[in-house]
Design a protein. Structure first.
Length: 248
């Protein structure tokens, strides 16, 4: 089937995102004041530079790139957590994001309270949420820690909770950022099996991992992101080869 005839579920055009970062040449507020404003306290760093991307319904799409390439920023932008300064995003489905270090979780709330909050924000009905509550808690393997504030959790515990909430019901779009690199091998295998189950049911998956072998195993198409620009989109094996060659 020609790509033009495929059902697009996410379409990004000309995405630009930048952050304000502290100027390393300014070591103190006093130094900044003494410069009489001649030196900027903050500089704007462009992270995404005109990203165009189409992701199709039912595919498992991989995203590869070195640290600092803009992968996590792109995922957060696609998930609606960050707004682009320029460009547009169209999403035709409900997104369940599992982002690194528990992004989206409220640290002052308990794990149980976060389940209710995140489930509601994901669009789950009260009936769906109540029916999924026990399943989420059991899958997370957090036990009594589910009643503890999330700010007390380790990164592995946060990843367990975030993943368990996101896959409580079969999402239309599942975004996964490095979750399989956190936690013990048993939980990683359980996550991989659940992702495969969701994939087989026809959900769209966007998958990020530094392990390109995982991406090749799971995805059929991928993009290589370098310095905020998509250098290549296509067959996952071809993209993985370009990513691997970038380290040589």
């Amino acid at each position: 089937m020609a790509e033009s005839n495929k059902d697009v579920i996410i379409e990004a055009k000309g995405l630009e995102v930048s952050f304000l970062i502290q100027n390393h040449g300014i070591n103190s507020l006093k130094q900044y004041l003494l410069s009489l404003g001649r030196v900027k306290l903050f500089e704007r760093k462009k992270v995404l530079k005109g990203v165009d991307l189409q992701i199709y319904r039912g595919e498992c799409f991989g995203l590869l790139g070195k640290n600092g390439s803009g992968k996590s920023t792109l995922l957060r932008t696609l998930a609606g957590i960050m707004a682009p300064e320029k460009g547009s995003i169209k999403v035709y489905g409900r997104i369940a994001p599992v982002l690194s270090l528990g992004v989206g979780l409220e640290p002052e709330m308990t794990g149980l309270e976060n389940i209710r909050l995140c489930g509601t924000l994901m669009g789950l009905t009260k009936k769906e949420l109540e029916a999924s509550m026990e399943k989420i808690i059991n899958f997370s393997e957090l036990g009594e820690n589910i009643h503890m504030q999330v700010k007390r959790y380790s990164s592995g515990m946060m990843a367990r909770l975030a993943f368990s909430i996101a896959v409580a019901v079969d999402p239309e779009i599942l975004i996964i950022d490095e979750v399989l690199s956190v936690g013990d091998m048993g939980f990683q295998q359980k996550c991989a099996a659940r992702i495969q189950e969701i994939k087989e049911k026809g959900s769209t998956i966007i998958f990020v991992s530094h392990n390109h072998h995982e991406v090749v195993k799971m995805c059929n198409r991928a993009a290589y992101l370098k310095d905020g620009v998509i250098e290549k989109v296509g067959d996952v094996k071809e993209v993985a080869e370009i990513y691997e060659a970038s380290f040589l």
